[in-house]
Design a protein around this ligand. Sequence first.
Ligand SMILES: [Zn+2]
Length: 353
Amino acid sequence: MERNDYDDLKIILWLILFLVFGIIIITCKPDSHEYIMTVNGPESPGKMGITLEHEHILVDFIGADSTGYFRWNRDSVIVKALPVVLRAKEKGVKTIIDCTPAFLGRDPLLLKSLSRSSGINFITGTGYYGAVNNKYLPAAFYSLDAGGVADIWIKEFEEGIENTGIKPGFIKIAVNPADTLSPEHTRLITAAAITHLQTGLTIASHTGPDNPAFAQIKILKNMGVDPSAFIWVHAQSGTADGNLMAAREGVWISLDNIRSRPESEPGAPYTIEWYAERIAEMKKQGFLSRVLISHDSGWYDPGKPGGGTIDGFTDIFEYFIPALKTKGFTDEEIDQLLIKNPQEAFKIKVRRL
Ligand SMILES: [Zn+2]
C-alpha cells in the first residue's frame, strides 16, 4: 500500500512539473523571436516582402478638435482605395506602412478591412503629430507630461487601439521644421523615447530639415535610445551631408516623397533623378543599409467631395527603379531598399545605447 501511494505522488509531481514547464514555454518569448506588428497581429519580418514604408490611405486635415470616425464612411473609402492598393500589389508590394497618426484620420479598422480585401499587410502606428503648430494634438496632450503621453501610447501597444484589439507597429510623431524644438515637440520626442524603451517600437518622426533631426537624435541619445530606433521622416528636406551624418550614427534616412514630377526641370530637387543621385551618394559612402524609400502618396480626404483623388503607389516601380538601374544599382541593392531595410527598421526591438 505504501509503495502505491508513493508512485501516485511521483505521478502527480511529474504532472505538475510538465504543467509548469508547459506554461513557461508557452508564455516566454525568447529574445531571438523577431517580429513586426501588422493590423492582423504579429508577423515575422521575413513575411514583409516589398514594403512601402510611408504612405497614407486616409488623411483628415480638419484638426484634432473636429475629426472623428463619423467624418468618413469606411465602405466608400475602400471602394476608392482598393484599386489603388491592388495596382501596388501588381508591382509586387506586400506591405504598406500607413503613416497617418491619430487625430489626422488614423483608422485601424479601415486598414484591417483593406488588408482583408487586398491581401496586403498594413501597419498602423501610435503617437501624436505636432507639426503644423499643434493643430493635430488632442486637448488632453497639454495636461500631460512626457510620461503621461507615453502611457497612452504604451497602452495602445499593450491592449490595442481603442477597442479594436489592433496594435500599433511603430510610433509616428511630427515636429515643426524649426531650428529648435518647441516645448511641446520636445515632449513628443521624449514620450517617444520612453515608449520605445518600454515597447521596442521604432520611432518615425516627421521632421524635414537637419536641425530638428539632430535636436531629436540628441534627446534620444540622452535618454539612452540608440539612434537606430529613429527614422528621420522627410529626410529629403535635409541636406545630403546631414543625411550622411545621421546615417553614420545609425539613423534611418527616409527619402519618402518619391514621385514622378514631369513638370519639374530634369534633375531639379525632388525629381526622380535628384532622389536617385542622393541615394547613389549614400551608397557611395557605404550607407545604403540606412536608407528607406516611399511615395508619401495617397489618400482619401474626407474634406473633399467624394474623398478627392487618391494618388497611386507605383511611381517607384515605374520610374524610380529604372533610374536606379541606370546608375548601376543591382537587383540586390534595390531589394535592400524595398525589402531588407524596412524589415530591419520596423522590427520591434528595444535599441539601447
Ligand atoms: Zn506622410
